[in-house]
Write a protein that binds this ligand. Structure first.
Ligand code: WQD
Length: 329
């Protein structure tokens, strides 16, 4: 049994590849290397370089590698960019998904996992976000993920494919410095960048209705994201009838504020992370924290790592990629 991992040379996909191999699964990677790196893949993992929009290339990959399940992690993931380039995001994320799903259905492959996002919820006005919390995405990025879930579900029903969509919350950390995130698009790497450039980290708003006034999120270690995929694969493998149709949050169920993250980053890096409070960033919800109950119930999965491990491993990756960077003090 071989699992095709689209986007497997990316930050999250690379961790999924690693966890799948450690679980004894056979994998092949399909990636256009637009943001992925072939060096993320261990030796011996087949890499098919191609676009998810190229139906013939996807058909070939499914056939030539005897694929029996697909993990579709390939996507564009920058919220701000999606606002500026909606056509690009709908094409890559939705048309790309449709192409891979159609190829999957026609090849007779009966297991499919889709990488979704907490961005489907938008500004949830609840303490803990459950999968039943209404979805109201605030960006074309979030829209492509929500519409993607609908398409995955509908294709599963129509073609007898078992499906799981996983809604990632705020991913951070690395299993290995070589697998770490090269993007500087989220809180942790953005703070590292400021600190190592001799600048104070920025806090986007400290007047939110939260205990310390800064935004609260559910940060989750990328290795935990990866182990949730392995648990989902076990579930999909155990269902040859194609009846599984699940949409699950992957979070820790614990809220951490920007200030609390800055404190952890200060302890790990040795820098003064007091931060400079600026205006709110447009579109930021005050609090987005997952309920992790459903995934525990359905897959028996729970997170293992905390924020210290996320920040420490992300810092190791940052230092490996920025040879001048080192612990302060
Ligand atoms: C976290 C918090 C910022 C940088 C995004 C996407 C979401 C998902 C994960 C893909 C916020 C604050 C940040 C800084 C700060 N992506 N912040 N200073 O916005 O919660 O979620 O990534 O699926 O869809 O929207 O993540 O890491 O950008 O921000 O104060 O220098 O940190 O305001 O409250 P976000 P983030």
């Amino acid at each position: 049994m071989t699992w095709l991992i689209t986007g497997g040379a990316g930050y999250i996909g690379g961790h999924v590849v690693k966890a799948m191999l450690e679980a004894g699964r056979q994998v092949a990677v399909f990636d256009d290397l637009s943001s992925g790196r072939a060096e993320r893949l261990p030796e011996g993992v087949p890499l098919i370089r191609g676009s998810v929009l190229d139906r013939a290339a996807v058909d070939r990959a499914l056939r030539e590698h005897g694929v029996t399940g697909v993990l579709h992690t390939a996507a564009k993931k920058q919220v701000g960019e999606s606002v500026e380039q909606p056509f690009h995001y709908y094409r890559e994320n939705l048309q790309g998904l449709q192409t891979v799903l159609e190829a999957t259905a026609e090849a007779g492959v009966r297991r499919f996992l889709f990488s979704s996002s907490a961005a489907v919820y938008g500004m949830p006005d609840v303490d803990l976000v459950t999968e039943a919390t209404p979805c109201a995405p605030l960006s074309p990025y979030g829209e492509t993920k929500l519409a993607g879930e609908w398409l995955v579900k509908a294709a599963g029903v129509a073609h007898g494919i078992s499906t799981v969509s996983l809604r990632y919350f705020n991913v951070a950390g690395a299993a290995d410095p070589a697998l770490s995130d090269d993007g500087v698009l989220n809180l942790v790497p953005m703070v590292f960048q400021r600190l190592t450039a001799g600048e104070a980290p920025r806090v986007f708003g400290a007047d939110y209705p939260t205990p310390d006034g800064t935004c609260v999120r559910d940060y989750i270690h990328v290795s935990d994201i990866a182990s949730a995929h392995v648990a989902a694969v076990e579930r999909l493998t155990a269902d040859p009838a194609g009846e599984t149709s699940l949409t699950l949050n992957i979070g820790r169920g614990e809220g951490v504020s920007v200030r609390e993250m800055l404190d952890v980053i200060g302890r790990v890096t040795g820098y003064d992370t007091t931060g400079e409070v600026g205006p709110r960033r447009a579109g930021d919800p005050a609090r987005v924290v997952a309920s992790a109950e459903l995934i525990r119930k359905e897959l028996g999965w729970g997170a293992r790592y905390g924020v210290e491990e996320m920040v420490a491993s992300a810092w190791d990756g940052w230092c490996a990629r920025h040879p001048g960077a080192r612990r302060a003090g």
